[in-house]
Design a protein around this ligand. Structure first.
Ligand code: NOJ
Length: 482
């Protein structure tokens, strides 16, 4: 749509920034914390860039006061962070660890003391290893009860102070990488049947946690965060349009439809049935999905890029693994599913050094699809640029990050005028952090952290980048001065 003048962001808009426990905290074995699946996975040779781990990460566990103070000085309205299940229930279930609960009491109180709204992610991938050992974690339906028990512990402890909850982070990513691509724990490849089963368990965990929270705190706002990569048809050929429909159904609506409608998309299910890949759905499961969907308050989306979608014949490429984890531009292979679609690089758009397409308008497009299809409020729970930053005379000049964020916020503003109800925008990330498979060289933060891949390197000093001061002004002017 075209509007002569833009109305701008609502007055109570939550300008935020985000992180995840494993990526920032460090202190991997302190105060009663037991290992998560990631603590094991990163130790498998060849899994992460230069064998980096989150043992120390950026030591947010010991620097949280300094980090939150910097947020306050910037004027941040909300801080999205996740809780490490292994600090709360080191064994996944059983005895609760009071020291773990206390850490997040302090973090939440620290945020609130500056008027920063804590937005809590219950699960950002760091499953207790003990549950993997007990019953193979997400593969077993037993996970649902343990997850809800953990979530309810958080709701009861923090629900008086935390009003924004994100239950699962990027269910589509941790399941695809874990069971199809072998690049996240538990490191399985091409186990499609289990991939859909694991997703069914995760949907149940999400749904039951939503219902439990609403029972305790009806006013809390809740949803999950989906890694949304909308698909564009590569050309005006009808088969590309159909391929884009298949991609969007199987790669996007398969998750968002369950969160928002409480049902799986029909065409995806028909396809899975034809391949005998449908999950085992027990009586009552879909009712639970439906009840939870009626209580969900927002669609959380992590937006980084769009995908081009081209028809891919049955004898075409079959490769789901399209990662460039080194930062050597142009090394990302084309992905595709034979008989359905493939995803060539978009010729009209630039890409990052890790070959992620840069598409600011895609953010507006994503919001529009969600609004038309689900009519739900939206939280942008992540958006940001991974880049190499260079420390020069004690400063970081990152005009590329400013320009990336500026162009995305401009498009978000247009989405607001289009009628999308956007509640919050969280950049990824607040400080630099461990980028799972990409080590510490792929930096996303407003605040530079002095450390490299080597665990013993750097002073962990916090240095605000140019983008830190730029975002401060964006917040001050409620997005008017970009
Ligand atoms: C999404 C994930 O939630 C986050 O953990 C990750 O670091 C960013 N994407 C960037 O890859």
């Amino acid at each position: 749509m075209y509007f002569k003048e833009l109305k701008g962001f609502p007055k109570d808009f939550l300008w935020g920034s985000a992180s995840a426990a494993y990526q920032v905290e460090g202190a991997w074995n302190e105060d009663g914390k037991a290992p998560s699946v990631w603590d094991y996975f990163v130790r498998i040779p060849g899994k992460t860039f230069k064998a980096t781990t989150g043992d120390k990460a950026v030591d947010h566990y010991h620097h949280y006061q300094e980090d939150v103070r910097l947020m306050a000085e910037m004027g941040l309205k909300t801080y999205r962070f996740s809780i490490a299940w292994t600090r709360i229930y080191p064994q996944g279930n059983g005895e609760v660890n009071e020291a773990g609960l206390v850490f997040y009491d302090h973090l939440i109180d620290e945020c609130l003391s500056y008027g920063i709204v804590p937005m809590v992610t219950v699960y950002h991938w760091d499953l207790p290893q003990a549950l993997e050992d007990q019953y193979h974690g997400w593969e077993n339906r037993r996970i649902v009860d343990d997850f809800v028990n953990y979530a309810v512990t958080l709701f009861k402890r923090y629900g008086d102070r935390v009003k924004h909850w994100i239950i699962l982070n990027e269910q589509n990513v941790f399941t695809a990488h874990g069971w199809m691509l072998a690049s996240h724990p538990p490191g399985k490849s091409n186990d499609m049947k289990m991939f859909y089963q694991v997703n069914h368990h995760a949907f149940l965990a999400h749904a039951k946690a939503v219902l439990a929270l609403k029972e305790l705190y009806p006013d809390a706002k809740v949803g999950s965060s989906f890694a949304y990569t909308p698909g564009y048809a590569y050309s005006d050929k009808p088969e590309d349009a159909m391929a884009a429909l298949d991609y969007n159904d199987l790669q996007c609506f398969y998750w968002m439809d369950v969160y928002a409608y409480g049902r799986y998309p029909k065409a995806s299910m028909a396809y899975l049935e034809s391949l005998k890949l449908t999950p085992d759905i027990k009586a009552g499961d879909l009712d639970i999905f439906k009840q939870a969907a009626s209580k969900v308050d927002f669609m959380g989306i992590n937006y980084y890029q769009t995908a081009d979608v081209e028809y891919n014949p049955i004898d075409g490429i079959h490769n789901m693994n399209g990662e460039n984890n080194t930062g050597e531009k142009g090394t990302k292979p084309i992905t595709g599913v034979a008989g359905l679609y493939k995803n060539p690089q978009n010729k009209n758009l630039p890409a990052t050094d890790w070959d992620w397409t840069i598409d600011p308008m895609g953010l507006r497009y994503a919001c529009r699809i969600i609004t038309s299809r689900y009519d739900l409020p939206i939280i942008i729970s992540e958006n940001g640029l991974g880049a190499f930053d260079k420390l020069e005379n004690g400063q970081i000049h990152d005009p590329y990050r400013i320009s990336y964020l500026k162009s995305h916020i401009e498009e978000l503003k247009k989405a607001v005028d289009d009628g999308c109800e956007v509640l919050a925008y969280c950049t990824w990330s607040y400080t630099d952090l461990l980028s799972w498979l990409n080590g510490y060289q792929k930096r996303y933060g407003f605040v530079y952290i002095d450390r490299e891949e080597d665990e013993n390197s750097g002073t962990l000093k916090r240095i605000p980048k140019d983008s830190y001061y730029w975002y401060k002004q964006v917040i001050e002017t409620n997005g008017e001065e970009l």
